[in-house]
Design a protein around this ligand. Structure first.
Ligand code: ACO
Length: 322
């Protein structure tokens, strides 16, 4: 039986840090308001001339190093992003070139904040189907370029960054072996107008700015997240008690805590990194994963639950044994 196993992880944050106090000098907000409503203390901002593909390539190299592999070992590159370098070609193709690869396939996935979960599930399916052997799955964003920096209701929430994992096809019948155990993806386009960019190549010919009805997003988030997680638990026989780590999309500490509480996941199993980098959309899960791997929390054999919800709405969960 074929399984997809995470064999390496890595992440990258741009050098420039923008604190809540910095933001308070730009719009009518305060460190106290931002921390209390979101848990965010700072975010990183890409330098001029630093693109999503640059962030993605840094994270990919670190994941490859962690896996003790080279670009030659990879035959699939998936980049989940809402902020591509260009409308086309795919940012994944730029990453492929920056890694010095001329073989394999590379493409982008657009599912906004759920992009990493959608990308991981796509790679898992392709590996299991024998279409590739080793994949780089990357979440990378320069959200700072999509923000309206005069809108305090959105500009305080997001940041730039990238995270990556290497996923490898392995064979064997051991039910306790490492690998992806379950994945559940959902979307419902009736909610498009609650979180979107007010531009696009086919509509306005511009990139647009991020717009959001924060309260509406919040209202739907916890229910959607817990639904797909409960499905994944039912599918695998796992539960809040049997997982080792909960690595949610890092959008907002209140959504993270409310989801964990509703599911009955113990506080010490929850990985929280949102304070350090804000909502980095598709990059946030692999960023949090890489932090928890490098500080020694996530170890081989641990059961890890990932989830995300974002624009569309899209949402999903992946349950895996590290
Ligand atoms: N600083 C100070 N005051 C602000 C700010 C700010 N940055 N932004 C809004 N306010 C004000 C509002 O104008 C409002 O003032 P008023 O009462 O005088 O009208 C007041 O604060 C309360 O605003 P609300 O929108 O009601 O604040 P709320 O408690 O809902 O918090 C927030 C807003 C943080 C956006 C919340 O709705 C939220 O977390 N939503 C989820 C959104 C999210 O995380 N999206 C990420 C993308 S989706 C995803 O990744 C899951």
């Amino acid at each position: 039986m074929a399984r997809s196993v995470v064999v390496g992880s890595g992440s990258y944050l741009p050098a420039r840090i923008l604190t809540n106090d910095d933001l308070a000098r730009m719009v009518d907000t305060s460190d106290e308001w931002i921390v209390q409503r979101t848990g965010i203390r700072q975010r990183h901002i890409a330098a001029e001339g630093e693109f999503t593909s640059d962030l993605a390539t840094h994270a990919a190299r670190r994941a490859l190093e962690n896996a003790r592999l080279t670009p030659d070992d990879i035959d699939l590159v998936i980049v989940a992003t809402t902020t591509p370098d260009q409308t086309f070609p795919a940012t994944a193709v730029a990453v492929q070139t920056k890694l010095g690869m001329t073989h394999g396939a590379a493409f982008d996935i657009q599912a906004v904040c759920s992009g990493f979960v959608f990308g991981l599930t796509t790679a898992d399916s392709m590996l299991k189907a024998g279409l590739a052997r080793r994949a780089l799955v990357i979440g990378a964003e320069t959200m700072s370029r999509l923000l309206d920096w005069t809108d305090r209701t959105t500009c305080v929430l997001f940041g730039d960054g990238a995270g990556a994992v290497v996923l490898a096809r392995e064979e064997g019948d051991d039910p306790n072996a490492s690998g992806i155990l379950a994945a559940r993806l959902r979307s419902d386009g009736r909610h498009q107008d609650k979180l979107y960019a007010d531009g696009g190549p086919s509509s306005t010919g511009t990139v647009g700015h991020l717009r959001m009805e924060g309260k509406e997003v919040f209202r739907h988030a916890v229910g959607m997240i817990t639904d797909v997680i409960e499905d994944s638990f039912a599918l695998t026989g796992m539960s809040a008690a049997t997982i080792d780590w909960f690595v949610p999309h890092q959008a907002n500490i209140r959504i993270i805590d409310a989801s964990a509480k509703k599911l009955g996941i113990a506080d010490e199993k929850v990985v929280r990194t949102v304070a350090l980098h804000g909502n980095t959309s598709a990059a946030s899960i692999p960023l949090a994963l890489s932090v928890a791997v490098s500080d020694g929390r996530i170890r081989k054999g641990d059961v890890v639950l990932l989830e995300a919800m974002g624009g569309g709405f899209t949402w999903g969960a992946v349950l895996l044994r590290w």
